[in-house]
Write a protein that binds this ligand. Sequence first.
Ligand SMILES: Cc1cc2nc3c(=O)[nH]c(=O)nc-3n(C[C@H](O)[C@H](O)[C@H](O)COP(=O)(O)OP(=O)(O)OC[C@H]3O[C@@H](n4cnc5c(N)ncnc54)[C@H](O)[C@@H]3O)c2cc1C
Length: 443
Amino acid sequence: MSARRDLSGVDVDVIVIGGGPAGATASTLIARHGHRVRLFERERFPRFHIGESLIPETYWVLQRLGMLPKMQQSSFVKKYSVQFVSANGKQSAPFYFWDNKPHDCSQTWQVVRSEFDQMMLTHAREHGVDVHEGVHVLDVLFEGDRAVGVKIRDEDGSRREIRAAVVVDASGQSALLQNRLKLRLWDPVLNKGAIWTYWEGAHRDTGRDEGATLVLQTATKNGWFWYIPLHNDVVSVGVVAPFDHLFKGRVSHEQTYQEGVDRCGAVKERVAMGRRVTGYFATRDYSYRSRAVAGDGWVLIGDAFGFLDPLYSSGVLLALRSGELAADAIVEGLAAGDTGAAQLGKWGPLFNQGVDRMRRLVCEYYDGFSFGNFVRRYPDLRGTITDLLIGDLFTERVDKVWGPLESLYEAGKQPIPPWDAGAPPELVQHKANQLVLPEGRRP
Ligand SMILES: Cc1cc2nc3c(=O)[nH]c(=O)nc-3n(C[C@H](O)[C@H](O)[C@H](O)COP(=O)(O)OP(=O)(O)OC[C@H]3O[C@@H](n4cnc5c(N)ncnc54)[C@H](O)[C@@H]3O)c2cc1C
């Protein structure tokens, strides 16, 4: 269907819902082309958010945004590697990003999200985005199948409608449009949850290992801890595991978390010298994707499009990349007078392929894949597996790891089936799909 559109009668060219990394990225890049972009964020920043470990491929979007000088001058801990520790305490050699790619991009950051997200939103303002904090988007307005604007509620409780040629949903896990249009598919395999807290004075490595992300397998082997050193001597330590394991019966988050720590010697010894400085946070909303990335007059980016298990810290990268790709499609569409689904969503297939690659690596880990074993057996593929870990996901070049990876399977084990987000979830079979979901939830 032709989607040419007369832009008279709109209040602004583009409305962005949500001022997290995805919304800030897309809005900045669109506003830089001279378009009128209005962003509504329901919170007042700085606000707390989880998702602290960046991966190196964020560098390229941050560079394009002009954010690198601000990142380099920030207090964020510099991250050079990721390291895996198995349930029996065996450590892989760290995967140093620089050894694989000797370039500035191989140093990334562990960020306190309240600070990082505020920097990104301030940056958006500096580039002409009309940012409104404390404004809740209640709904997206449609004329037929076409999004034509939003209904908002200001902080004083008054309600208004604003019209735009394009509505970008960057509302994170609230996923406004995904819910409204019933587009959300829960990942049939990655039904996990997380419990986390923050420690002060806990163990920190030194030198180029100070900012390493550690991924430590739980004693039960069905989950893992993240250990992320932040600035001001704080460490973020969380556990990710199946729902039924984390949220069983009436056991408190504290008890579940502490039991896990007590059984994981490598985490226990690291936090032993520290002091817990917050309560416990938990999330049950886990991996999902939307059936569609865009429609006539609307686009989904970041977690409002999809969320993948945070094993390899890919969330912010995917938020930045989808924000960037969507911005390019919108700018091109506005120039051509075409804000239809095909134009706005032209980046979807490439993006989904990248997410599929990361998802496969996540599923392999839960199915017993050992990075240590893999690189001992295939030392020549160390670079390619590191490419996946740094987030170099949008190229077929990295697909050469899958064959060798399958050669390490136990007899009879089948490759992880790809998840076709367009197919009914029950068509996807996988042995890890044995989880009991909290009442009322469906995968
Ligand atoms: C347990 C856990 C650990 C994680 N660890 C990592 C990690 O180590 N590294 C990593 O890269 N990622 C990690 N992530 C993922 C990361 O948090 C997200 O992928 C990332 O924040 C997505 O950015 P976003 O901009 O799409 O959404 P968000 O950052 O959630 O921003 C969405 C914004 O929209 C606003 N909003 C929502 N609804 C409305 C509305 N109706 N009106 C107006 N505003 C609205 C919200 O207030 C929010 O500010 C983790 C996630 C979880 C759950």
